[in-house]
Design a protein around this ligand. Structure first.
Ligand SMILES: [Zn+2]
Length: 170
């Protein structure tokens, strides 16, 4: 049953009990993320620990997965390895969020229960660059391009950023 993750978690009571969640979530269950993936097969491995540091409830751990995202240069699929450390402070107001130490991101909760998938999905969305592209020069250049036309072409690509879908999702 190790792999069976709860749908909802109660982060504050988990923190009091020093709880943990470990397991895998199918990427296809993360609908906002799936919309920007070339292929949503696969899983994300989740390992989260809950504890308190003074009065602050903290969620700390890792999310690992291989995403198939779309290169914004050539619009072909590319693999994006995510191995992201997570450290979230549970807050219920923006003022509280502002007071968090710099290495802790806020997890704003208004209810005692939250969807575990939402936390994981947000972390994965943050792990994807705004303009993902292959490490090599995947976009074919005109044969007679000199350095100058090269740079103007890059500029045009940036302004036509087709990845604005992601910006809208955020
Ligand atoms: Zn590419």
């Amino acid at each position: 049953m190790l792999d069976r993750l709860p749908e909802y978690i109660e982060p504050l009571s988990f923190a009091d009990k020093r709880g943990e969640v470990k397991g895998k979530i199918a990427l296809s269950k993360l609908t906002r993320l799936s919309e920007i993936l070339a292929d949503n097969s696969g899983e994300v491995t989740v390992e989260l620990f809950f504890y308190r540091d003074g009065r602050l409830a903290i969620v700390e751990g890792r999310v690992n997965t291989n995403l198939h995202i779309i290169c914004q240069n050539c619009l072909q699929p590319m693999e994006w390895v995510v191995d992201r450390s997570v450290k979230l402070g549970i807050v219920n107001s923006l003022e509280q969020a502002d007071r968090l130490p710099e290495d802790i991101d806020p997890l704003l909760v208004s209810d005692s229960k939250i969807l575990l998938n939402d936390i994981i999905e947000d972390e994965l969305l943050l792990a994807i660059p705004d303009f993902p592209k292959h490490e090599w020069q995947c976009y074919s250049q005109p044969i007679d391009s000199d350095i100058q036309s090269d740079s103007s072409e890059n500029k045009q690509l940036d302004s036509n950023n087709p990845f604005s879908i992601l910006a809208k999702l955020k």
